[in-house]
Design a protein around this ligand. Structure first.
Ligand code: FAD
Length: 346
């Protein structure tokens, strides 16, 4: 399916802290943006890897958690109302005859933009796949990495793998579905779950009521015949091997970043990072900038603060392309009436 293209000034690949601040800096340059991320929410590493841990080196903020920083950044960019496109990976970038860039995503979205800013961090976060034989062949029919519409599991035996919030929440959601599965089993290698106390209590209650079954153990195989799965083989902590009936497996084994298609966009790279100049953080391809953890240059430090600086200079570079006839003067947000107008506070 070919989607109708969205025409915009700028597309940002990645809604991590640097991608978010990039939208703010582009906004100050009167550049409208669309932001695309493979995750279902903004925040990149800050939310995915250390949401509740403290950060101490953001200027002017003595301490905040990863999640709090992202919430503040989202508030800060509100005046510029960037459009977010989640759950999709930017897969293809090509140049059109008129010099603009064509950007396509795994969700068949198509963007045509004047500048592209790659703020892709350490890569697109993707679900860690089940490392047992045959899992790949069963993916989509019997093996899944996100819950989606719970009704598709009606009247089936479902095993949910994982010990974190996504696994526990999905297992509980299944037990509450309008058309529930025949059985729902939450399976984790230890009887320890990394979830909020309220969710843990809800899970324990559902187990006590018999709505949810708890299986402690490690999955060792998916048992199937003619591509029809019927059970999960489990190694239990007391050394037994048992079979759990299951036609469906939902695996929440964490997310890992993958550089993925960025390596094929024809941009100069060094050790899996995009080479940029330090004047505007432009790559070697006109109109494409790279900021944050994804870029490399002499002296590069993978810190949020450094990414914010890079995003600021990249926005000046982008302004020269998007508004070629305007002078890109330095203005202060404190005193500039033009910036106040853009910020909606005039
Ligand atoms: P990321 O945060 O990695 O975000 C990139 C986003 O791009 C991701 O959401 C990803 O899904 C998305 N993406 C990538 N490729 C694609 C694609 N093709 N299509 C769609 N989406 C894509 N830094 C500090 O300054 N101070 C600290 O105290 C600090 N503590 C840290 C603690 C930990 C445990 C870790 C792991 C890192 C810490 N860092 C800290 C580093 C900091 O988190 C990173 O420097 C920062 O997250 C980089 O931001 P980013 O926006 O460049 O990339």
């Amino acid at each position: 399916m070919t989607a109708t293209a969205i025409h915009t000034d700028a597309v940002i690949v990645g809604a991590g802290p640097v991608g978010l601040f990039q939208a703010f800096q582009l906004g100050l340059q009167d550049i409208r943006t669309h932001i695309i991320d493979a995750l279902p929410y903004a925040g990149g590493q800050c939310v995915e890897l250390y949401a509740d841990k403290p950060i101490y080196d953001i200027p002017g903020i003595p301490v905040c958690t990863g999640r709090e920083l992202v919430a503040q950044l989202q508030t800060q960019i509100q005046p510029f109302a960037p459009t977010f496109h989640f759950n999709q990976e930017v897969s293809e970038v090509t140049r059109l005859d008129d010099g603009q860039l064509s950007v396509r995503t795994s969700a068949q979205q198509h963007f045509i933009c004047k500048v592209l800013v790659v703020a892709a961090g350490v890569g697109a976060f993707q679900a860690r796949k089940l490392a047992v034989e045959g899992a790949a062949a069963l993916e989509g029919t019997h093996v899944h990495y996100r819950l989606g519409d719970a009704s598709r599991f009606a009247d089936q035996d479902v095993v949910v793998l994982g010990g974190e919030e996504s696994a526990v929440a999905a297992a509980l959601k299944l037990t509450l579905a309008a058309k529930p599965p025949r059985s729902v089993t939450l399976m984790h290698r230890r009887d320890v779950f990394t979830v909020e106390p309220v969710l843990l209590q809800a899970m324990r209650d559902a187990v006590a009521k018999g709505q949810l079954q708890l299986q402690i153990g490690q999955h060792t195989a998916l048992l199937s015949a003619a591509n029809q799965m019927h059970a999960v083989q489990v190694a239990t902590p007391d050394g037994q091997t048992i079979e759990r009936p299951a036609q469906q497996v939902l695996a929440f084994l964490g997310l890992s970043p993958k550089l993925g298609p960025i390596a094929h966009w024809g941009l100069a790279m060094e050790r899996k990072q995009l080479v940029v100049n330090t004047e505007s953080f432009a790559t070697d391809v006109p109109g494409i900038f790279a900021v944050g953890d994804i870029n490399t240059y002499p002296g590069k430090k993978k810190l949020i603060l450094c990414g914010f600086h890079e995003a600021t200079l990249a926005a000046f570079g982008a302004a020269a392309i998007v508004h070629p006839t305007r002078k890109t003067l330095l203005q202060y947000t404190t005193t500039s009436t033009e910036l106040h107008r853009l910020l909606g506070i005039a």
